[in-house]
Design a protein around this ligand. Structure first.
Ligand code: ADP
Ligand code: MG
Length: 252
């Protein structure tokens, strides 16, 4: 495929924890505007791979490249500023603050500079940011509760809040680690619809997911990880019937 469209490249990545090979020779390319799913049984190395991409874990060898930038060795906040946001693994909401302010806050750290405080102690772009936050809260179905405290939200609603907090950063790449884990079927379907809407905006996504219904509803491409190795890669139809995939799941 054409490398010019590759947003994220994982190249020959190995990650060992002592004697455990959590990732072995992982290669992955994510193209602009695509939703790339990574599936695999528990313990396959999915979260480890995401942690290597966002700089929380150094790879034992290999590299992660974002656009033209080698990420390997950069601090997580730096990688975030370059345009990679990750949702749902670390709930970093401000429980005592109103939901609306939770969504506005991450705009400060935006790579386009966010908004600055002017001589009157007001932020130049505060009303603009507020409008965007309100619109995102409408998208995630939390607009009516926007003045309530974030801490009072249900688990599913907190995840949707986190998604809005990521989207206001205008990431170039969105990483989702099991976005529907522990959700009811109804909340899962609402979240799928929401992620489809985001897909229409052309945002590039990597989604880690256990729930096959979610994967086949959203993914353009699927990579299957088992025991730290990519054992299959292809379009959803190719993956669905792949005996190696079925074996990995039944065996896992
Ligand atoms: P998945 O997300 O696919 O369920 P993980 O990436 O969490 O899998 O884990 C892959 C393997 O690496 C597992 O065997 C897990 O126990 C191990 N592992 C993950 N993180 C660490 C760590 N920080 N230290 C030691 N072993 C770890
Ligand atoms: Mg995991």
């Amino acid at each position: 495929s054409n490398n010019a469209n590759v947003v994220l490249q994982v190249a020959d990545v190995h990650k060992n924890f002592g004697g455990l090979k959590a990732l072995s020779d992982v290669n992955l390319k994510v193209e602009e505007g695509r939703t790339h799913a990574i599936i695999g049984p528990n313990g396959a190395g999915k979260s480890t791979l995401l942690n290597v991409v966002i700089g929380r874990l150094p790879p034992s060898s290999g590299a992660v490249i974002f656009g033209n930038t080698v990420l390997t060795g950069l601090a997580p906040y730096k990688i975030n500023q370059l345009g990679i946001s990750r949702v749902f693994q670390t709930p970093e909401i401000f429980a005592d603050l109103p939901i609306l302010h939770n969504v506005m806050a991450p705009a400060f750290a935006r790579r386009d500079g966010g908004f600055r405080v002017n001589m009157f102690g007001r932020t130049d772009r505060e009303s603009e940011i507020r409008e965007e936050a309100e619109s995102l809260l409408e998208d995630v179905g939390l607009y009516a509760q926007r003045h309530g405290h974030a801490g009072s939200l249900s688990r599913g609603d907190k995840r949707r809040l986190e998604l809005a907090m990521c989207l206001i950063q205008h990431p170039r790449l969105l990483l989702l680690d099991e976005p529907t884990a522990g959700m009811s079927r109804h909340d899962t379907n609402t979240t799928i619809d929401l992620l489809k809407k985001i897909k229409l905006r052309g945002m590039t996504k990597v989604i880690i997911e256990h729930d096959m219904h979610v994967v086949f509803s959203l993914a353009d491409e699927i990579s299957v990880l088992a025991q730290g190795r990519i054992i299959a890669h292809g379009q959803p139809d190719e993956i669905r019937d792949d005996p190696r995939v079925q074996e990995a799941y039944l065996g896992g």
